[in-house]
Write a protein that binds this ligand. Structure first.
Ligand code: G
Ligand code: G
Ligand code: MN
Ligand code: NA
Length: 248
């Protein structure tokens, strides 16, 4: 149980590649935390909700952001190219009064190009204190960061609010992709989200893409990017550079 047990040196950050459909290029990675407890890896679904309750998610989140920036710098040093790393930000982390200052400090200390760091926010975090949250999103955007809405479609997304969120990307939740088939109900939903995003000038990525058929259908629907086992599983950090080099 995190709180007593969890130490920073027991955390690992894995990275799941994201592919642009237009030209099949690798564009970046989503950072996904794991807890190495004894011999086994505990998935975040089992400890992030508890860490969110206890407040420990703040310390975990700080560590994830530092590690993500270090990965951006390392990829740049090794390849001369910039890759975007997307980091999951929990509602409590996002709404914490120090969040903006921490991000500013991180950008100053690491000197990363701000547009290589993407923050994934859930609809819940933004809807909780809507006016504050929208103001914060604008400040983060002004720093040059990329902003995305995670698990889109599963929350209480108000379309009128979406217009006011200064975001770069919608992440279509896996639940709409898992059984995606041409002309199905899921396909109608996915198509609507892509249309909505594009109308608002927002990129759309589909998560949980496992098969070539799903990929091809998403491409037909003009989805911008994909993430999922079809392209790659989340990679431990030592496999990230080899993956990047294999794409050249
Ligand atoms: O890696 P996995 O697919 O098991 O991730 C499950 C969930 O855990 C995802 O929904 C993701 O948003 C969340 N998650 C993964 N890494 C982090 C993290 O670093 N911080 C927070 N707050 N959530 C994370
Ligand atoms: O942040 P989010 O909750 O969306 O986290 C993505 C989660 O989905 C991670 O736990 C990741 O390991 C998992 N995942 C990523 N790609 C796939 C996939 O293609 N299929 C399935 N079943 N899970 C995936
Ligand atoms: Mn995510
Ligand atoms: Na998601």
């Amino acid at each position: 149980m995190p709180g007593n047990g969890l130490q920073r040196d027991e955390l690992e950050l894995h990275f799941q590649p994201q592919q642009r459909l237009r030209d099949a290029e690798l564009i970046g990675f989503e950072a996904l935390v794991r807890w190495r407890r004894g011999g086994k890896l505990v998935p975040p679904a089992e400890f992030i909700p508890i860490a969110e309750e206890s407040g420990l998610v703040i310390a975990i989140g700080d560590w994830v952001l530092e590690r993500a920036c270090a990965q951006i710098l390392e990829l740049r040093a090794q390849t001369g190219k910039d890759f975007v790393i997307a980091v999951n930000i929990s509602p409590r982390q996002f709404l914490h009064p120090d969040f903006l200052r921490k991000i500013e400090r991180l950008l100053k200390e690491t000197q990363i190009d701000p547009c290589t760091l993407e923050l994934e926010i859930t609809e819940g975090a933004v809807m909780e204190q809507t006016e504050n949250a929208i103001a914060l999103l604008h400040k983060l955007r002004a720093l040059g960061l990329k902003l995305s809405i995670d698990d889109f479609g599963t929350g209480y997304s108000s379309l009128s609010y979406l217009k006011r969120f200064p975001i770069d990307k919608l992440k279509i939740d896996q639940s709409f992709v898992r059984q995606l088939k041409p002309h199905s109900q899921d396909s109608a939903i996915v198509e609507a989200v892509i249309g909505l995003g594009h109308t608002l000038g927002i990129n759309v990525i589909a998560e949980g893409v496992e098969t070539i058929d799903q990929r091809e259908w998403l491409k037909r629907l003009s989805c911008d990017e994909i993430q999922g086992y079809y392209y790659s599983r989340p990679l431990p950090c030592e496999n990230v550079l080899p993956f990047v080099l294999s794409q050249f």
